[in-house]
Unconditional design. Sequence first.
Length: 140
Amino acid sequence: MKKWMMTVAVAALALTGWQVAAQVSKGKTRPLETKTWMKTINGPHCSAAAKMLKGAPADDKEWADLVVHGQMLSEAGHVLMADGRCPDKAWADASKQLQDGGTALASAAAAKNVDEAKAALNNSVLASCKGCHSLHKMKK
Ligand code: HEC
């Protein structure tokens, strides 16, 4: 095989490899499936925060719980970017929105500011779920 043909073959392989590596439903090297994370972290922490913010957290314990939900959702935005899981810019943008929205939710909850907490949940956290799911949830 001529040298240039080798180069083309290697480049083609690398390209295919990259597509396989951008997993969406699972990371590249670690066993965590995306749906496992969604089921145990994104779903429960988001629902719990949304339920609390239908009205307002009732007492100090609930505000403290809301801080936890914000922290976990923020961290989820980082996990979704880890281990070669991110396939494209839409995924990266939604993950960044989740990082920032979770951070804003945690700060608002720490300050016991219900309006800011609602804004962080509705405008950033929920927008990030929707942004990513609309493009990637059905793709395997
Ligand atoms: C960056 C992309 C991304 C973001 C952001 C994201 N998700 Fe997901 N989510 C997925 C993908 C991909 C699946 C499908 C996983 C699969 O079935 O392989 C999924 C599936 C789910 C599921 C179904 C899990 C199951 O039992 O099969 C739930 C619930 C869920 N997401 C909740 C959320 C919530 C709530 C948020 C926002 C706080 C969120 N997700 C944000 C990508 C994302």
